[in-house]
Design a protein around this ligand. Structure first.
Ligand code: TRP
Ligand code: SF4
Length: 348
């Protein structure tokens, strides 16, 4: 045991290992693309990437309706691949196919004090959004299930089992990363240096509101999907909400108050943005013409994704092959870590 404690924390050399997951929400929209997904793509060449469909995490809130969980994961995988996640460059897998995550989750759960979980702001917010709890009151946490309370322990297992150095996530996941690091430290203190402490790699996410100006979300019916045709994108974005002051063509407006302009900011050239801003403030341009300038770029961005999607659709076994290969590679790494974990605890 004493010798074990002196060993390194299993840090591998070579490119940094990166792990991240997404709950299977089905078709992805351009908010996902411009945030999480492009963040992952940027890592493909310089990191040893593991990306997975977090289907067990989906059960933490969606346990009552599970009939579409497999299909949602599959749709999400198609979007990943279409967006350019290359299965030759990243290990793409399904969480529930690598049972070792569950074993590590169980073992970690033994060493996590419940207050660490009960004060978790991310879970509270999620539970509030879903209507599971009404207030921030800690007594309200009695209304949530054990699995949801343990969400960040499962997430810790997801990452620690690959001994990852970096975890690309959105800012909302920072509390989970903090907890993950605390869990790793506690494990290592108790049983020896086995699980390196990973760091968050914050994904920049430009604000992309839905076509009605609210937060973009599948359930709001306001999303532009990666799977939408060019015509659908044109139609949806042509109707996208603009500065309400521009009720008539002759009314001037301000791009700062225009939901659609968030897309201009991402997609248009500096010259276009300058021209649009001037045109908006002087009523020199109509909103439809203004949006057309941006729509052209959005569709140009989505065109290669559409092409890859069509190609994927023409290869019926491709998705299963990708997952089978990824699940196998992930399992190899996870199994090796678990052997060390069991040995450290004394469970051989
Ligand atoms: N909780 C993450 C989210 O909702 C998804 C997730 C599950 C994850 N396990 C993970 C992200 C491990 C990073 C690493 O976005
Ligand atoms: Fe928005 Fe352009 Fe209309 Fe101004 S002109 S409100 S920026 S769409």
């Amino acid at each position: 045991m004493a010798d074990k404690k002196k060993q390194g924390a299993g840090l591998k050399s070579g490119p940094p290992r990166v792990v991240s997951g997404m709950r299977p929400t089905g078709s992805l929209h351009i908010g996902h693309l411009l945030g999480a997904l492009r963040g992952w793509l940027a890592l493909l060449d310089d990191a040893d990437c593991y990306f997975f469909i977090a289907d067990w995490h989906a059960l933490t809130t969606g346990y009552e309706k599970t009939d579409d969980i497999a299909a949602s994961g599959r749709d999400m995988l198609v979007d990943w691949l279409a967006a350019g996640l290359d299965p030759e460059k990243a290990v793409l897998f399904r969480q529930s196919a690598v049972k070792e995550h569950a074993e590590l989750h169980l073992l970690l759960s033994m060493i996590v004090p419940t207050p660490w979980l009960i004060r978790n702001p991310t879970i509270k917010e999620q539970a509030r959004e879903l209507g599971l709890i009404q207030s921030d009151d800690e007594a309200e946490m009695n209304k949530i299930n054990y699995g949801l309370l343990g969400y960040p322990i499962l997430q810790s297992a997801d990452v620690l089992i690959y001994r990852a150095q970096r975890v690309p996530v959105g800012i909302d996941q920072v509390p989970h990363l903090e907890l993950m690091r605390e869990v790793a430290r506690r494990f290592n203190r108790l049983y020896g240096q086995v699980l390196p402490e990973p760091q968050a790699l914050l994904t920049e996410s430009p604000k992309i509101p839905g076509t009605d100006g609210r937060k973009m979300g599948k359930s709001y019916g306001n999303a532009v999907f990666l799977s939408d045709s060019a015509e659908e994108v044109d139609k949806k974005l042509s109707r996208m909400m603009t500065d309400p002051r521009r009720a008539r063509r002759t009314d001037p407006g301000d791009p700062a108050d225009c939901p659609a302009f968030n897309l201009h900011k991402v997609y248009c050239t500096d010259d276009e943005i300058a021209a649009v801003t001037e045109g908006c403030k002087t009523a020199g341009i109509g909103c439809l013409d203004c949006k057309k300038i941006m729509i052209k770029h959005v569709n140009a961005d989505l065109d290669p994704i559409r092409e890859r999607r069509a190609e994927i659709a023409s290869r019926p076994d491709y998705l299963s092959d990708v997952l089978e290969h990824g699940n196998k590679r992930a399992t190899e790494v996870a199994a090796a870590t678990m052997a060390d974990v069991r040995a450290a605890i004394g469970l051989e």
